[in-house]
Design a protein around this ligand. Structure first.
Ligand SMILES: NC(=O)c1ccc[n+]([C@@H]2O[C@H](COP(=O)([O-])OP(=O)(O)OC[C@H]3O[C@@H](n4cnc5c(N)ncnc54)[C@H](O)[C@@H]3O)[C@@H](O)[C@H]2O)c1
Length: 434
């Protein structure tokens, strides 16, 4: 497809990014900074307005960079899906959540494919980026796009390319993380490879979308399983009186064949708690049970219950019951130094503590308010007074702004569920995995 190839190479192509969230907004910015005109689409008017004002609502997207992109007329956002026709390449970055029964909810992908289909024109490239099970691009998106009468590989092009961003990671970004692409046909793969090579140093073509889809889920299953393994080991270490933190530090000295994972309250975010279920659910259609996935989910999802038991015991041993105890939870984001609370196990911990009658408060530098178990909580100030007022301070997320010496110094009891107090001494510290 000469026209699209030329338009990408000479950067005259307009790039449409659908879904301006944690994945879509950084991608939109990357293309605009690479010299393309980018049109972002979102169903939330507020998000489109914020982008057009140059105001960032995603931590990893610097406000100044966004302002520059908008001021240079390289980036604009809209809720008008009919403007999809303006885009030469469209990247779909909409959510892929689970239903209440933990089955894949592809309704966002389906709806967006239908919107694209209404505007689909010859020469357009469509790339699905949302994480999903193998077969989605071919069996869900492709039939919808072709229903308008255009043929993939001839009239338009379709590929899958998983997003691998790691929110909060300042070392790895869109540019230096290799991008996987798998097209429905060789021309779709070639065009997707050309497109992403404008923003990523390395683009890795694979033979088909299914390989690309499976690669993304495999990466997340790998993390989920290893986190579950270390969470199980933490429980055994605790029973045996061995420090899991010291074991991990020692094992990490091995220069090959090992990579460290750390115990905690479980897994959170829009990826690791959800994506494995996409595969587990699809696998059942093939009479296959993904036992590692189920086991890992079981262990990780039990961690908040286990930690509540440990907090209860720690309070008991100090003559205090959990019912009526003041518990201050530090960190509700699902991992350090981000402001994303989606699927955060800290929320589950807070819910369980409230259900057991504890009076729970929390602090998180990036999350002002949460609603848990019907209670609206707002982040409290973190100071000597709030620390010493709590019967137990729980380190749920180890944000780098927390001064652990101060936390230990002023708290009556610290339950460390993430290990940042390792190396500190104090009769008031109880650590997971010790
Ligand atoms: N967050 C991550 O770290 C991460 C990493 C890799 C992959 N992913 C995957 O990327 C996808 C997007 O995740 P996210 O974290 O960016 O989600 P998000 O919720 O932050 O953003 C999604 C955006 O899409 C918008 N949207 C929903 N339906 C739309 C539609 N029909 N048209 C236009 N906009 C629509 C929403 O309003 C929202 O702004 C998911 O499949 C996720 O699994 C996420």
């Amino acid at each position: 497809m000469r026209k699209l190839t030329d338009a990408i190479q000479n950067k005259t192509a307009t790039i449409g990014i659908v879904g301006l969230g944690y994945v879509g907004l950084p991608l939109a910015l990357a293309f605009s900074e690479a010299g393309f005109k980018v049109l972002g689409f979102d169903v939330q008017q507020k998000r489109a307005d914020l982008v057009n004002e140059g105001s960032s609502y995603i931590t990893d997207v610097g406000g100044e960079r966004l302002r520059q992109a908008v001021a240079n007329n390289r980036l604009a956002a809209t809720t008008e899906q009919k403007r999809l026709v303006e885009a030469d390449a469209v990247c779909i970055c909409v959510p892929t959540p689970l239903t209440k029964t933990k089955d894949p909810d592809l309704s966002y992908v389906v709806r967006e494919s239908e919107e694209i289909c209404k505007c689909l024109r010859r020469g357009q490239l469509v790339v699905l980026e949302s994480t999903t099970y193998p077969g989605t691009t071919r069996h869900v998106v492709l039939p919808i796009l072709e229903s308008a009468g255009l043929k993939c590989g001839v009239d338009f092009y379709l590929a899958y390319s998983p997003e691998r961003v790691d929110p909060g990671n300042t070392t790895h970004n869109i540019r230096n993380v290799p991008k996987i692409v798998g097209g429905i046909d060789s021309e779709s793969t070639r065009l997707a490879q050309l497109l992403y090579s404008q923003v990523a140093e390395t683009v890795v073509p694979v033979s088909c979308p299914e390989v690309a889809e499976m690669t993304k889920i495999f990466e997340n299953v790998f993390r989920s399983v290893n986190i579950a393994l270390v969470n199980e080991l933490a429980q055994l270490c605790s029973n045996m009186g061995v420090s899991v933190w010291e074991v991990i530090a020692a094992a990490s000295t091995k220069p090959f064949g090992y990579m460290p994972f750390y115990p905690g309250l479980g897994v959170g975010g829009h990826c690791i708690p959800l994506d494995p279920y996409y595969l587990a659910s699809k696998a059942r259609e093939f009479d296959f049970h993904t036992r590692f996935i189920e086991l890992a989910a079981e262990i990780n999802e039990q961690m908040p219950y286990y930690v509540v038991r440990l907090i209860l015991e720690a309070l008991n041993s100090r003559g205090k019951s959990l019912k009526g105890a003041k518990v201050l939870v530090l960190g509700v984001a699902y991992k350090r130094d981000i402001d994303d609370k989606r699927e955060s196990p800290s929320l589950k911990l807070i819910q369980l503590l409230i259900e057991k009658g504890a009076k729970v408060g929390y602090h998180d530098p990036g999350i002002q308010a949460i609603e848990v178990a019907g209670c609206l909580l707002t982040s409290v100030e973190l100071n000597k007074k709030s620390l010493s007022a709590a019967d137990c301070v729980v380190i749920a997320t180890d944000h780098s702004c927390y001064n652990m010496e101060e936390v230990v110094l002023h708290s009556r009891l610290v339950f460390d569920a993430r290990g940042p107090t390792t190396g500190l001494r104090g009769d008031n510290i109880v650590r997971l995995g010790e």
